[in-house]
Design a protein around this ligand. Structure first.
Ligand SMILES: [Zn+2]
Length: 193
């Protein structure tokens, strides 16, 4: 397999990884599970977690599972608004808590330093997520078959005759590069704080 073909496969993988709304289902076979409804979460025999979102059966990665909890860890208010979700993802607290703290810090003159550190922290967290995502892909890429499915029927199956070892090696190289970057930036961030 030539280099260009490998690059095409990797581009496809990236596209797949970036699709969050119409998620691609990997390795699903029809008739494997009991009838499930929107929002159900269950585990298959391999211990993989599944859900149905927007009518599409899809795997739940550890990254998705750890997202917004029901209650703000700081004030225990129920987090329901989309501002809460955004606020929780970046600051780890509900929107009200975040606004209150910002107002207080602006008043005390500590806001700018805090905001800068927060930006760095978010960037580092994003890097960590990306590394975990690539690692997950590296660990599960062994079966190069993508099933594009809606609720009941399979829309398309792609089978690729690809050099998996080469793709894995490329992914490992990417992971290593990002890990180095992460370590370097983490050191800088720690020196700043
Ligand atoms: Zn709160």
């Amino acid at each position: 397999m030539n280099h260009e073909a490998i690059n095409n496969v990797r581009r496809k993988i990236n596209e797949v990884m970036q699709k969050t709304d119409e998620r691609i289902v990997v390795g699903w076979r029809p008739g494997m599970d009991a009838k499930r409804e929107e929002g159900d979460v269950w585990q298959d025999m391999d211990g993989k977690t599944w859900t149905i979102k927007n009518g599409i059966k899809q795997t739940v990665t550890k990254l998705d599972a750890a997202k917004t909890p029901w209650f703000c860890p700081q004030c225990t208010k129920a987090m329901s608004h989309k501002f809460d979700t955004r606020s929780y993802n970046t600051l780890g607290k509900c929107y009200d808590c975040a606004v209150k703290e910002e107002t207080k810090m602006r008043y005390e003159g500590t806001w700018e330093t805090y905001a800068k550190q927060q930006l760095q922290k978010n960037y580092l967290a994003g890097l960590k997520d990306k590394i975990a995502e690539l690692q997950h892909y590296h660990d599960t890429v062994s079966s190069p078959e993508f099933v594009h499915a809606d609720d009941e029927k399979i829309l398309m199956i792609e089978k690729w005759d690809v050099d998996i070892e080469k793709i894995k090696a490329d992914l490992r190289a990417d992971i290593e590069e990002l890990t180095n970057q992460l370590n370097e930036l983490t050191e800088q961030h720690n020196a700043d704080t």
